[in-house]
Design a binder for this molecule. Structure first.
Ligand SMILES: Cc1cc2nc3c(=O)[nH]c(=O)nc-3n(C[C@H](O)[C@H](O)[C@H](O)COP(=O)(O)OP(=O)(O)OC[C@H]3O[C@@H](n4cnc5c(N)ncnc54)[C@H](O)[C@@H]3O)c2cc1C
Ligand code: SF4
Length: 489
């Protein structure tokens, strides 16, 4: 374990962030990690619990007490090996995971949990600095060819795992660059794209054939795919956004978050911006409808583009600030969260931009076809004592207007796009519209598998990597009759 009395001696400490007013002037990484001595102190707090709830809380099953102990004992290279046995890309999770492992940490029952995410990031970054992270090309080739369609974290993990056991893997992506929602959704100030690029280089050196700017279903037909490859892995994400089809929806100035964020990331990376979506928040009054990570990313991006005002509307009531009886340890709780973007808004605009329990009734025109305001209403949520679904009612005479000339929908994603590849392949869908699979990640179509948000619905990077690893294990077994690939339970 770390230090026998570490959890009593040391308090939790995280890295810091650049000052809010300074960081909104650029797109660079806002996070300043702790130095290695600070990280060792944090690792020293680990109690090496008999039942490490942290590991079961982590969707990847990361072997957290072991790498904590190795870091405390200055054995960083071994810590990296332990981390990589369960996670292909610890830097992605180390940067943007909401850390369900920390919510499940036993120390969290009596004190602040171990700073697991900081330790994870420090280990992998040390690995890159020291040159310990190298390509792992396979010792043998199998002559089996696999198409992985969609290059988000699930597709990347699946492609890397399958290439390392000798299969000929082609990773298709319709965008110009690899990374999925991490590449074109998550802004650079949270996840610099160099973090993705160095993994792409590693994967190429391991034999993964990368085909970007290739929309499978259009540029390659479903039949071609089936005739060319021994197995097909669908990892296209959940990309159909939830809409709000109320009066005024047709007005100019109303966009989905994933129309707005990608064009910003494209500008930052000097990639061409799609003409129909050359959107900027500069000088605008922005309203973001919906909370969550996507909503926060819209706020931080709008502030960096020079929005004059930002408001965030949430339909649901404000979540509790601490765990209540409905969310006991070690479940991953839904709590009131002040994101880095909320802090930036507070610092630059001078007020909290969040409004909870608000419904939107109408988008109002400026008379020239552009949106100029929203008509909103305050909501009352009734929580039935029998635990059934909360009931929403409008508070009488509570309507109000919010001025807005840019409105961004960040209300989540319904399911993957059906038209095109999925319908052409003829896969079955589950009741929520995601690609249906059995426990082996097989779809209803022979030799076609699916994983990630496309299969489980909108989720998190950590779940996507876990799904990609499970998919790889199943596909390897399907092709070879046995597998030695490791994946989460
Ligand atoms: C704005 C935003 C912010 C987020 N922030 C966080 C966060 O902070 N922390 C976190 O853990 N999670 C976050 N998430 C969620 C996380 O990014 C996703 O859960 C994760 O990326 C899903 O991975 P995936 O591989 O299943 O799919 P995706 O990442 O969605 O990747 C799917 C890829 O498939 C490609 N594709 C689809 N169809 C085709 C086709 N026919 N041909 C070729 N390519 C195709 C798409 O272009 C896309 O690149 C965020 C999501 C968004 C949108
Ligand atoms: S639950 Fe927390 S204290 Fe216990 S082993 Fe895991 S990280 Fe260490």
């Amino acid at each position: 374990m770390g230090k026998l009395t570490g959890f009593k001696e040391f308090k939790r400490q995280n890295g810091s962030y650049r000052e809010e007013n300074e960081r909104v002037a650029h797109w660079s990484d806002i996070y300043i990690p702790q130095d290695s001595e600070g990280i060792k102190t944090q690792a020293a707090r680990c109690m090496d619990c008999g039942i490490p709830f942290c590991s079961s809380g982590c969707p990847l099953g990361n072997i957290i007490p072991d790498f904590n102990d190795l870091v405390y004992n200055d054995q960083w290279k071994k810590a990296l090996q332990v981390l990589h046995t369960t996670n292909n890309f610890p830097e992605f999770t180390g940067k943007i995971c909401p850390a369900p492992c920390e919510s499940a940490c036993v120390l969290g029952l009596i004190d602040d949990p171990i700073a697991i995410e900081d330790i994870e990031l420090a280990i992998v970054e040390r690995g890159w600095e020291e040159g310990w992270i190298k390509p792992q090309p396979p010792a043998i080739r199998t002559n089996k060819s696999i198409a992985v369609v969609g290059s988000g974290p699930s597709g990347m993990a699946a492609a890397q795992q399958l290439a390392r056991v000798g299969h000929k893997v082609t990773l298709f992506e319709r965008n110009e660059a690899i990374g999925g929602a991490m590449r074109f959704g998550v802004p650079d100030y949270k996840l610099p794209k160099t973090f993705i690029e160095r993994r792409v280089e590693q994967m190429k050196a391991e034999g993964v054939i990368i085909k970007t700017s290739t929309n499978v279903g259009q540029d390659i037909t479903a039949d071609d795919l089936k005739n060319t490859f021994d197995a097909i892995c669908l990892t296209g994400g959940s990309t159909e956004p939830r809409d709000l089809t109320i009066s005024g929806r047709e007005l100019k100035g109303i966009y989905f978050a994933m129309d707005f964020l990608p064009q910003s990331n494209r500008r930052v990376s000097d990639l061409p911006v799609k003409p129909d979506f050359d959107i900027t928040a500069k000088g605008k009054k922005v309203v973001v409808i919906g909370g969550g990570d996507t909503g926060s990313d819209c706020i931080g991006t709008s502030l960096r583009q020079g929005a004059s005002e930002v408001t965030q509307l949430e339909l649901l009531p404000m979540p509790p600030k601490e765990r209540d009886n409905s969310q006991p340890w070690p479940v991953f709780p839904r709590l009131y969260k002040t994101s880095t973007s909320h802090k930036e808004a507070m610092a630059t605009l001078g007020h909290d931009i969040r409004l909870f329990s608000i419904g939107t009734k109408e988008f109002i025109s400026d008379g020239n076809g552009n949106v100029s305001a929203l008509r909103c209403v305050k909501l009352n949520w009734i929580m039935p004592e029998d635990g059934s679904r909360p009931i929403m009612e409008e508070i009488p005479d509570s309507e109000f207007l919010i001025e807005a000339d840019l409105i961004l929908f960040a209300m989540g994603f319904l399911h993957p796009e059906h038209t095109g590849l999925l319908d052409d392949l003829g896969v079955d869908y589950d009741p929520r519209g995601n690609v249906a699979t059995d426990q082996s990640f097989k779809t209803s179509i022979d030799k076609v598998f699916a994983a990630g948000d496309m299969r489980r619905g909108q989720s998190l990077v950590v779940h996507a990597i876990a799904e990609g690893r499970k998919l790889a294990k199943e596909v390897d077994e399907y092709l070879m009759g046995e597998t030695f690939l490791r994946c989460p339970e």
